[in-house]
Design a protein around this ligand. Structure first.
Ligand code: 13P
Length: 277
């Protein structure tokens, strides 16, 4: 069932867990995510970043993601991750995405506020959820070359949320996109302060490589959406590679790709559900 991301964030807040937001780039990834979510009877977010649309075009991905969500046996939100342009936000909204993010985190604060306000206004016309980011999360979505991080300032976060009216805030607390060269030292003190000052669901980007213990602590401090991209892409590739070492049937290969993603998503959902298993 297709739902807004906001509905899922409210549920996560009430039940003290985090929704997994899994990046997808093809049909096998979409199927792997939903197989895991349905099996665990847990809502999920299917997302794609604007940067990935070169290899996975929006005109093809969007109808597939929205249709997969509508046909799923669990609640699914479809989210544009790290939008770079208003044009792309508009296209995602027109395709029926139920959540959008315009990433202006590298722009000056006032500019970030003004553009984000515009996105909120636009998204409200569609009843869609809006995520924004403050501070600098290391790396690029899906890449790992760069790990320069600036933590979100809690007072600025409070001001930003009040001014913009966003539904979810992505924080920078030492997290980074891509595979971490060493285990990150997440600044839980900063997260706690942001959580205390803002009355809003918080988002953790750069989920790949973060330990179960750290995820649980982050959830206890207000993280309600966790993004996983690299781990799924890597799991698909590893599963395909293993099969291709002595197999060569396309249809089996496709199933192996689904399974790679499914196992990764299952592992993460079990942690994010925050239940003893
Ligand atoms: P990872 O690639 O580190 O899992 O980060 C995902 C992400 O935050 C997408 O926005």
């Amino acid at each position: 069932m297709l739902v807004t991301m906001k509905e899922l964030l409210i549920k996560a807040e009430k039940e003290n867990f985090a929704i997994g937001a899994f990046s997808v780039g093809n049909m096998e990834m979409v199927m792997g995510v939903l197989r895991a979510a349905e099996e665990l009877n847990t809502p999920v977010i299917l997302q794609i970043a604007e940067k990935r649309l070169g290899s996975s075009p929006l005109e093809l991905m969007a109808p597939m993601m929205v249709s997969a969500a509508k046909n799923a046996n669990v609640q699914v939100a479809v989210h544009l991750d790290h939008g770079l342009t208003l044009d792309c936000i508009k296209k995602a909204l027109a395709h029926g995405f139920t959540s959008v993010m315009l990433d202006c985190s590298l722009k000056p604060l006032n500019e970030n506020i003004e553009i984000t306000k515009e996105v909120v206004k636009l998204a409200r016309e569609y009843g869609t959820t809006v995520e924004a980011e403050l501070g600098v999360v290391g790396g690029n979505e899906g890449d790992s070359e760069e790990h320069i991080i600036t933590c979100t300032d809690p007072e600025t976060a409070k001001h930003f949320c009040k001014k913009t009216g966003i539904d979810a805030l992505a924080v920078a607390i030492g997290n980074a996109h891509g595979n971490y060269p060493v285990l990150p030292q997440l600044r839980f003190d900063v997260l706690e302060e942001i959580h205390n000052l803002t009355d809003i669901p918080l988002v953790l980007h750069g989920g790949t490589g973060i330990t179960a213990e750290m995820f649980r602590r982050a959830i206890s401090l207000g993280i309600r959406k966790i993004n996983i991209a690299t781990a799924s892409f890597d799991a698909l590739t590893a599963s395909a590679k293993e099969y291709l070492s002595d197999g060569e049937n396309y249809f089996t290969l496709s199933e192996k790709m689904i399974q790679g993603v499914y196992h990764n998503v299952t592992k993460h959902i079990n942690i994010f559900n925050n239940k003893e298993i």
